[in-house]
Design a protein around this ligand. Structure first.
Ligand code: DC
Length: 228
């Protein structure tokens, strides 16, 4: 057992609800929640702000190393992300940042930097960490690994519901196409592609309401912590 508890790794494709579910699980078990996608987004945002070349792995690693990264406790279970003292929030959900983060996430040096930083952030345990390669690459030694999945159609339908709920226009076919492209990019890249770790529990949320997904993971947590 680590000093603050176990590491819960949640991986899965875009739009499957890893953050929503992860935060709810973290709140239930009193753990911190960390989104590693936001770390890629933070570096992408900074690179865009400085007009840096998004293809240069070396340049991006240099940039990442020159920044002060902090993940202090936020108002809820999710840790804040501070870059050189600036708290990043809305910047990270900009469309240009989504695209750029996906591009830089292909680069091996960037991935290595992120892995080291993510390991540091979670080493003490007591953390739910969400991403694409947490169970396979960042914490292959995580005490509990979840691979959260749902069909592309179900994810697209949920996204349409979310957008329309916010009074925004949403085209189902366009969103489905976007989701399929992101899946292909995340699963098809050469370095640390998205895949289920052999020892991860597979949770298919296509037909499962969110509360049941959370309850299933909390059950697995209770089982896992009995062992330690
Ligand atoms: O989960 P997200 O959409 O915020 O992630 C942003 C990008 O970062 C996405 O294209 C996938 C990539 N990513 C990754 O490659 N590995 C992670 N552990 C987390 C995110």
């Amino acid at each position: 057992m680590r000093p603050d508890g176990i590491v819960i790794a949640i991986d899965g494709p875009a739009g499957v609800g890893k953050s929503t579910v992860g935060k709810l699980v973290a709140a239930r078990v009193g753990y911190r929640f960390i989104s590693t996608g936001k770390m890629y987004r933070a570096l992408a945002w900074q690179a865009l702000e400085r007009g840096q070349d998004l293809e240069s792995d070396g340049g991006l690693v240099k940039l990442a190393l020159s920044l002060r990264w902090e993940f202090p406790k936020g108002s809820g279970p999710e840790a804040d992300i501070l870059l050189d003292g600036r708290k990043l929030e809305l910047e990270l959900v900009e469309e240009r940042v989504s695209k750029a983060s996906s591009a830089i996430a292909r680069l091996p040096g960037v991935r290595l930097f992120m892995k080291e930083m993510q390991r540091q952030a979670g080493l003490r345990g007591g953390v739910v960490m969400e991403g694409r390669d947490i169970g396979t690459n960042v914490f292959p030694d995580a005490e509990l690994k979840i691979y959260l999945d749902a069909s592309a159609a179900a994810r697209a339908k949920r996204r349409v519901g979310q957008l329309r709920g916010q009074g925004l226009p949403a085209d189902y076919d366009e969103i489905l196409d976007f989701i399929k492209k992101r899946d292909a990019q995340d699963s098809g890249r050469a370095v640390n592609p998205l895949r289920k770790a052999d020892d991860a529990s597979y949770v298919d949320s296509t037909e499962l309401p969110r509360d049941q997904v959370v309850a299933a993971i909390v059950d697995l947590f209770n089982l896992a912590t009995k062992k330690y």
